[in-house]
Write a protein that binds this ligand. Structure first.
Ligand code: CAA
Length: 375
């Protein structure tokens, strides 16, 4: 057993850290196109996609290290990258026909196209199989009607993987995945939502009104859409765990540097403060081990639903905990003004919510422990 990063992974981690520190700007309230452009220039928008399809052919762990480093500086850019890759580009790689791959995959991997994932609905968030967006077979292919909510990069993406049901009475087995281009007639994109955090990431509702897609835009087989969504989310959740790791580190690094500068000025750090730091750093290492292990399992093609859920749940809880407990290590008078931990807390909170709430992660973990899918 080797719990250390290989020299190659450690070198890439350093490269990503330097890149993020030098090139990535916190997004503020603006969609971070410039950050994405710089990442595309380095091949980072398609890091784990094979070279033959325009990517860099790196392994999944390397991609996870990238998300962590980017998110440490800008968690909005981190989630845009994670969604674009894990659930925006992998659908094509894993389930796309040759023709679909040729049409979209290299563009996504090079960052010329941005991908998005449209699963959640107003009445079907945690219970994703209850989705109501309908797909009717018509002469030209399929006609989609319905609406999706909280779609990351909804207003900015070029290609959406959209989940719709042929027959709601079939439950999860009626669901299909479709590739929908942004300019398809019948697609309306609502203005971005106002959110508590991740202000640079555009989260929007998508409405489908008699939107026609050809049969060549069906991804995988009819009725397999739910399993496709779930398998993609296994990888996606490892990406969100990495985003949460980046955020937890941001809180801890800002606070540790602050306490060190206090010490350098001859000031004291209480024993309670030191213990808080020790606890959080220990939990950070545990979160990293969970996340990197899930990434290694995924890379090997082994089942990783349980491990991905554990990593996402633990790392997301830690990101929130780190921001909230670290604030207690600053002085009351330092609470004034725009505190760095404020952004980290607001950004961290959603990692407990999206790509399956942490309650859903606990459901996935407990089902795996009990080895049953019974509800
Ligand atoms: N891989 C492959 N197939 C899977 C699977 C997986 N990980 N998990 C389940 N399936 C298959 C099952 O084998 C089953 O197949 P059969 O019908 O052939 O037996 C089928 O899917 C149904 O499985 P379940 O009975 O387990 O399904 P369920 O209705 O009980 O739901 C759930 C399970 C875990 C609660 C699921 O609904 C879920 O994950 N909900 C959360 C949804 C979610 O994560 N949404 C995120 C939105 S995207 C997002 O947030 C992106 C962003 O913006 C950041």
């Amino acid at each position: 057993m080797d719990f250390c990063l290989s020299p190659k992974h450690a070198a890439r981690q350093n490269e990503f850290r330097e890149f993020a520190d030098r090139e990535i700007q916190p997004a503020g309230h603006t969609f971070p196109r410039e950050n994405l452009r710089k990442m595309a220039g380095r091949g980072y928008m398609g890091l784990p996609i094979p070279r033959e399809w325009g990517g860099q052919g790196e392994d999944f762990l390397t991609y996870i290290l990238l998300i962590e480093e980017i998110s440490r500086v800008c968690a909005s850019t981190g989630v845009i990258l994670a969604v674009h890759t894990s659930v925006g580009t992998f659908p094509l790689l894993y389930y796309g026909s040759r023709e679909q791959k040729e049409r979209y995959l290299a563009g996504l991997a090079r960052g010329e196209l941005l991908g998005a994932f449209a699963l959640s609905e107003a009445g079907a968030g945690s219970d994703a199989a209850a989705l109501r967006t309908s797909a009717r077979r018509v002469e030209e292919g399929y006609r989609l009607n319905g609406a999706k909510v909280f779609i990351t990069s909804g207003s900015e993406a070029d290609l959406y993987t959209v989940f719709a049901t042929l027959d709601q009475s079939l439950g999860s087995r009626g669901i299909c995945a479709f590739l929908v281009e942004k300019d398809t007639p019948g697609l309306t994109i609502a203005p971005p939502e106002k959110k508590m955090g991740l202000h640079g990431s555009a989260t929007t509702e998508l409405q489908f009104a008699d939107l026609i897609v050809g049969p060549d835009r069906l991804l995988g087989e009819e009725g397999k859409g739910f399993a496709i969504a779930m398998s993609l989310l296994d990888g996606g959740r490892i990406g969100i765990a990495a985003q949460a790791l980046g955020l937890a580190r941001a809180s801890l690094e800002a606070t540790t540097a602050h306490l060190n500068s206090r010490l350098a000025q001859g000031d004291q750090v209480s024993q309670w403060g030191r213990f808080t730091l020790a606890d959080l750093h220990t939990r950070l290492e545990a979160a990293r081990l969970l996340t990197y292990r899930a990434a290694l399992l995924k890379e090997k093609g082994q089942p990783c639903s349980r491990e991905a859920a554990m990593a996402k749940c633990f790392a997301a809880d830690l990101a929130v905990e780190a921001a909230t407990r670290c604030i207690d290590l600053w002085r009351p008078e330092e609470y004034a003004g725009e505190h760095p931990l404020y952004r980290y807390f607001c950004d961290a909170k959603v990692t407990q919510i999206y790509e399956g709430t942490n309650q859903i992660q606990r459901l996935v973990i407990s089902r795996a422990i009990l080895k049953t899918f019974h509800k």
